[in-house]
Design a protein. Structure first.
Length: 436
């Protein structure tokens, strides 16, 4: 009887532990908050909506040409705290306003800490077991865009201090080295955060001709090899995505864009099952493959998802993203969805509310978001103008700009090239092949 009782207690404890560590298969992504501390209603959007500097048409909650108001930030914080508990929160950087007139080194430190406090406030509403994985964006420095190849540097030091409640001590060591780290989400699933803000094309803190600045790419390959050997699945996360968006060149220096893409070769599909980015303020995706791949499959490629921003700057409605994924190996992404604020209507009505956009599965009428399916969607967009238009409305988060953007054949060609190619020369070769 005693043996049975002990066995029963052990069974209940094991069951409780397994339930506690179980994943629901949903995580929250927030990116590019770009808080404008001096946002002013009734100011001139052409002058960045800075209070006291002008008069104009800026609405109570925001404008498509300006950064995030406190009202929008606080509404987002309060509403996210009431949502269903996610497995973890991914914050893909850029909390500093693009045009903060008061920015200084101390202000940059304030922004990094404020972003951490925002994430902690949201996390605490769910419970301490919800992980938070933050990173810095290219604006999160002073002067903007300036990131040395290795620390000590005030951004990396401030981030390590601000994130010490979220990350393990070993992760904080590499944050101090260069703003990057890796953590196990659960046994079998790993996140790898790469500091691509370091490689932004306006960063002049080190030459753009170095091979592996700070050793980050060598570190990345070591981490991915260990994950592959251990049978783990990996989510890559970074601020600036590789490749082109809206048909322009990469926002990274071309040499570092290509070093990043090539660092993933041999690991696309296994162990890297998906990657997640911010930076562009537009909701899109791309297929990231090994070099010289002619047919992208889930064995040699993965889908990189670029989330839209909380800031409405860049003519988008403010939004946050939810990713649904398999809660067990291989942890494949099942769907991407977001909710947004219709800024025109919010300013007109004097109140904020979220609207649920179509998920990618609904938008593209597909059953999955694997490499093969998302490649087929690109092929369908080539011949289906209605699907292409639907994609652009979604890309601009259903703002007025999304209805009229990318009407020319050249824009469509550049957009389609940006889906399939991430290496600098291959993107430009696609442009050359398909443009007169």
């Amino acid at each position: 009887m005693i043996k049975f009782f002990l066995f029963f207690c052990f069974f209940v404890l094991a069951l409780a532990l397994s339930v506690e560590g179980a994943l629901s298969g949903i995580f929250l992504q927030l990116t590019d908050t770009h808080l404008l501390r001096v946002y002013g209603e009734g100011t001139d959007p052409g002058k960045d909506c800075i209070a006291g500097k002008s008069s104009g048409t800026a609405g109570e909650f925001g404008d498509y040409h300006c950064d995030t108001s406190y009202a929008l930030k606080n509404f987002t914080r309060d509403s996210l705290k009431k949502r269903k508990k996610p497995d973890f929160i991914l914050y893909t950087g850029d909390h500093i306003a693009i045009t903060d007139p008061n920015e200084s080194l101390k202000d940059a430190e304030w922004y990094i800490r404020d972003a951490a406090e925002l994430l902690k406030d949201i996390r605490d509403a769910y419970g301490p077991d919800v992980r938070v994985f933050p990173m810095v964006g290219n604006h999160d420095s002073y002067p903007a865009f300036q990131f040395p190849e290795s620390g000590p540097y005030f951004v990396y030091e401030t981030a390590a201090e601000a994130w010490k409640e979220f990350l393990q001590p070993e992760s904080l060591k590499t944050v101090r080295l260069g703003g990057y780290y890796t953590e196990l989400i659960v046994p079998g699933l790993r996140i790898v955060v790469v500091n691509t803000a370091m490689f932004y094309f306006e960063n002049t803190a080190f030459p753009n001709s170095l091979v592996d600045p700070g050793g980050q790419f060598a570190w990345l390959r070591r981490v991915l090899q260990k994950a592959k050997d251990a049978g783990e699945a990996v989510f890559i996360a970074a601020h600036v995505p590789p490749g082109a968006t809206l048909g322009t060149d990469s926002d990274m220096w071309s040499s570092y864009n290509d070093q990043f893409v090539r660092a993933l070769e041999g690991f696309n599909g296994n162990p890297v099952v998906a990657s997640f980015y911010g930076h562009h303020h537009w909701a899109t995706y791309r297929i990231i493959t090994n070099e010289n791949v002619t047919t992208a499959t889930s064995q040699n490629a993965h889908v990189g998802f670029v989330a839209s921003s909380l800031t409405p700057r860049s003519d988008v409605n403010p939004c946050f993203t939810e990713i649904t994924y398999m809660p067990e190996y291989p942890y494949s992404v099942i769907d991407r969805s977001y909710q947004y604020v219709d800024l025109v209507e919010a300013n007109k009505q004097g109140s904020l509310s979220w609207i649920k956009a179509k998920t990618y599965k609904e938008l593209f009428n597909v059953d999955s978001l694997d490499v093969e399916t998302m490649t087929e969607v690109i092929d369908r967009m080539r011949v289906d103008p209605d699907l292409f238009r639907a994609y652009y409305r979604d890309l601009f988060v259903y703002s007025p700009t999304g209805e009229t953007y990318c009407q020319s054949d050249e824009c469509k060609t550049r957009t389609l090239c940006s889906f399939n190619y991430t290496l600098y020369d291959t993107v430009r070769a696609c442009f050359k092949r398909n443009l007169p």
